[in-house]
Design a protein around this ligand. Sequence first.
Ligand SMILES: *Cc1c(COP(=O)(O)O)cnc(C)c1O
Length: 286
Amino acid sequence: MAIYFMDGKFTNKDEIKISIEDRGYYFGDGVYEVVKVYSGKFFTEEEHINRLFESAKKIKMTMPYTKEQISSIIKELIVQNKLIEGHVYLQVTRGSATRQHHFPTPSVQPVVTAYTVEATRPILDMEKGVSVKSVEDVRWLRCDIKSLNLLGSVLAKEEAKDAGYAEALLHRDGIVTEGSSTNMFGVKDGVVYTHPVSNLILEGITRQVVLTLCGQLGIPVKEQAFMLAEAYEMDEFFYTSTTAEVMPITKIDDQLIGSGKRGRYTEKLQQAFTAQIPRLGSGING
Ligand SMILES: *Cc1c(COP(=O)(O)O)cnc(C)c1O
């Protein structure tokens, strides 16, 4: 039986009792992380934990654990669930209190829950590519926070899925921001373009990894916003996330991108990404 974490205990799902007054439930008042596990090892650990603490700080929530304790919780979950490949979901809500919009007074303890998910890499899609649907970005103006308040993303993703697309390509007044839970990249004449870090996008860890790989491979990058109309004209397009890695996009709305196949820069970045993945037998969490 899968082992879950809640408030200091590793336990069965059935033992977990979330209060009806949890502020995550009432308001989406909390933050979260999804961390990838390859070969039983936690990938880009420090980056994810740092971002979790940054998100908490941005919503003025004091984390009930240290970074080291969060790291131990995740590692313990990986061990207890014997997770080899998949991810860990971890969220922190502001806690449980009588429903009032302002922060609870006196303050309450934030609620930390976490669990593991077994999942394999999306290899087939990574070769063939996927299609995305443009959807207006109606989210709030603090998309830099990985918050539980995801209704804007939920509605965008549903609209895309309902129309038969893998992901939503969000744009604000025609400017491409990101995906519902992914960062978007275009390649034109050998240059990689992506929206700069701002309050309008979530700074993905995979985005950072890809930008570093571009540097190592000598691929020029412009962190510069571009229009949806320009996106259709890119030679290649892809999105990144912890679970999707580097995902080729072969179609935006009804427009084929480039040849309609995975592009060569996209493939190069995938190969470089794969080379960084922890392998079996390469030491404990190393
Ligand atoms: C989590 C997330 C991403 C991707 O971030 P990774 O750290 O690469 O997984 C991109 N956009 C949004 C809105 C997200 O929530």
